[in-house]
Design a protein around this ligand. Structure first.
Ligand code: FE
Ligand code: FE
Ligand code: ZN
Length: 274
């Protein structure tokens, strides 16, 4: 059974997201915990969350993969930006406990010229300040395209962050198929080899979710431009290999493809047929 969904709008609350997911054949989904550019999050209504939890249990949803705002940069050179990242992350951790046991994915950040080492340290510092052994949420570091000064383009960089986090049992990884290809990992020609490398460097036990995207660019281009399923350089064969791979097929797959809800419904039914 393929667990798949896409990003959904959270403006109408949790129950509405689960209902929308069901209407497009999804059994998981992603949502931005607040406006992707940041800002204040919407108040969580208890009745809404309760109805949501009931419904996803009844319909046997896979884990939900919440996404932090893009503007959250824990390793900025500016103290003000790092402080915004801390406050947002801490607030999101509190909110995620309202739906215990799900995932919170974030971009490890951009070091903006300070160097990868400094970036890794600052990101790990934030995680150490906020993550507690009591929390029920698993925080996912996303594999990045390595665009600009992004950290997380190499598996070793994610490993280095994890190594510095005290509560590392609360840390997992979300692999983005567009990003890893952009970062130079050959998932078209050698998916097994890439997964072996992931296993050696990070450990496949850390891999908790997949962002399933095709890519507009060739391997190693570091552009981070997503394409619709089967309409990019990865192609439908690679996508089929990813979703059916024995080491991956149990994971929640999240589409971040440039299309609307009907487009996602069509992608989901295509993927379920593969
Ligand atoms: Fe992302
Ligand atoms: Fe992604
Ligand atoms: Zn991306």
């Amino acid at each position: 059974m393929l667990h798949i969904g896409c990003h959904l709008s959270s403006t109408k609350g949790y129950l509405s997201m689960a209902e929308t997911a069901l209407s497009i054949g999804a059994d998981t989904f992603a949502f931005f915990t607040r406006n992707p550019r940041g800002g204040k999050a919407k108040e969580i209504e208890s009745a809404d969350v309760e109805a949501f939890l009931e419904l996803i249990k009844e319909k046997r949803f896979a884990k939900i993969v919440a996404h932090a705002p893009y503007t959250l940069n824990p390793c900025s050179a500016e103290a003000r930006v790092r402080e915004f990242a801390r406050m947002t992350f801490a607030d999101d951790m509190k909110r995620m406990e309202r739906i215990p046991g799900h995932y919170y994915n974030f971009h490890p950040g951009s070091h903006v010229g300070q160097g990868i080492e400094v970036g890794i340290r600052l990101t790990a510092d934030m995680l150490n300040e906020i993550i507690t052994p009591e929390q029920n949420t698993i925080v996912l570091l996303e594999t990045m395209a390595g665009k600009g000064s992004e950290i997380g383009g190499r598996f070793e960089e994610l490993r280095a962050i994890i190594d510095r986090v005290e509560c590392d049992s609360k840390i997992g990884v979300c692999l983005d198929t567009c990003h890893v290809s952009d970062a130079g990992y050959d998932i078209i020609g050698d998916l097994d080899g890439v997964l072996d490398e992931f296993d050696n460097v990070i450990g496949l036990n850390r891999l908790k979710a997949i962002h399933l995207n095709d890519s507009q660019n060739d391997m190693g281009m570091r552009k981070d431009r997503h394409a619709k399923i089967g309409e990019g350089k990865l192609g439908i064969e690679t996508i089929a290999k990813v979703i059916n791979h024995p080491k991956l097929k149990h994971l929640p797959f999240i589409l971040e493809t440039p299309t609307d809800l009907d487009g996602h419904a069509a992608e989901i039914s295509l993927l379920r047929s593969l």
